[in-house]
Design a protein around this ligand. Structure first.
Ligand code: NDP
Ligand code: 8X3
Length: 276
């Protein structure tokens, strides 16, 4: 649809297009782009003609993705290794980005993981630490480094990965669920703190998505990971990527606060339609 043909509305003298915001040429920074939702989101934004800044710890996987995206016609992709839980590395690396990559329009705070499925009073505290350091502090480190520039430029959008786990806690997942409840509170607070600026904040909260998530949770035990998705239809990474691109492409005056999404076989954190 041609944007110029879309109807205009007026709000107190300001005329607004009723169409999608143009993503073409915008700079999108995705953390945790080496697999799963982050990887699919990179592909989805590349299809919209964005410039892509992609990080994760596995640089080989990021280089392979960059080659794939470039071969498919992506205009501009820059990848770098970054552990979001390392505050000094986040501050230093993002400060030293090449000048042409400094102005980030959309930040996708996607990097995250779960470790173990254990009773909280028995779980290894190192697992708590890794989840909180990555899912909560990692998100804060990156947000702290990027958002001041968005406020200064008067443009930007922070899209963070929440979860159904942040809405309802399940047994043996207390700390992962707490990390996603923290993401929900941080996104809500960030939106309030950004009132009076045009910078937008969105939390994308999916239920079960078939990615490397469970393989990471069970430290490489593929059989255990596969059982998580057995006899149900889970969401796919591409479903979530579409929701992220949709939120980013609303007209500039529209802020999508939350997208809570599951597959047809999931009702909430604990209710599934397992077919056997
Ligand atoms: P994957 O394991 O497939 O992807 C996780 C990504 O996060 C990888 O690219 C990984 O890259 C990156 N990552 C993990 N730790 C760090 C770190 N310390 N620094 C930088 N990058 C890191 O899982 P998903 O795609 O499923 O997960 C993506 C997000 O979606 C997470 O925040 C997760 O909590 C959330 N989510 C997942 C759901 C699911 O059911 N799969 C449902 C709801 C939310 P690398 O290893 O290279 O560092
Ligand atoms: C990931 C979804 O239900 O495995 O956030 O915690 S769940």
């Amino acid at each position: 649809m041609c944007l110029s043909r879309l109807p205009l509305i007026s709000t107190e003298g300001t005329w607004l297009h009723r169409g999608m915001a143009k993503l073409n040429g915008k700079t999108v920074f995705i953390t945790g782009a080496s697999s799963g939702i982050g990887r699919a989101t990179a592909t989805a934004f590349a299809n919209e003609g964005t410039r892509l800044l992609l990080c994760g710890r596995r640089i080989d996987a990021l280089n392979a993705l960059m080659e794939e995206l470039t071969a498919a016609g992506a205009a501009n992709v820059h990848v770098f290794a970054l552990d979001v839980s390392d505050r000094d590395a986040v501050e230093g690396t993002l400060r030293q980005l090449p000048a042409k990559w400094q102005k980030i329009d959309v930040l996708v705070n996607n990097a995250g993981l779960s470790r173990g499925l254990d009773k909280v009073y028995e779980q290894d505290p190192k697992d708590w630490q890794e989840m909180i350091d990555t899912n909560v502090l990692g998100l804060l480190h990156v947000t702290r480094a990027i958002v001041p520039g968005m406020v200064e430029r008067g443009a930007g959008h922070i899209i963070s990965m929440g979860s159904t786990a942040g809405h309802m806690t399940y047994a043996n997942g207390a700390v992962y669920c707490a990390s996603k409840a923290a993401e929900k509170a941080i996104s809500e607070g960030l939106k309030l703190d950004l009132m009076g600026t045009p910078v937008r904040v969105t939390s994308i909260d999916p239920g079960m998505v078939e990615t490397e998530f469970s393989k990471v949770r069970f430290r490489g035990d593929e059989e255990k990971a596969a059982r998580v998705y057995a006899n149900i239809t889970p969401l796919q990474a591409e479903d979530v990527a579409e929701a992220i691109v949709w939120a980013a492409s609303r007209p500039a005056h529209v802020n999508i606060h939350t997208v809570l999404m599951t597959s047809i076989d999931q009702g909430n954190s604990v209710t599934f339609n397992r077919r056997s």
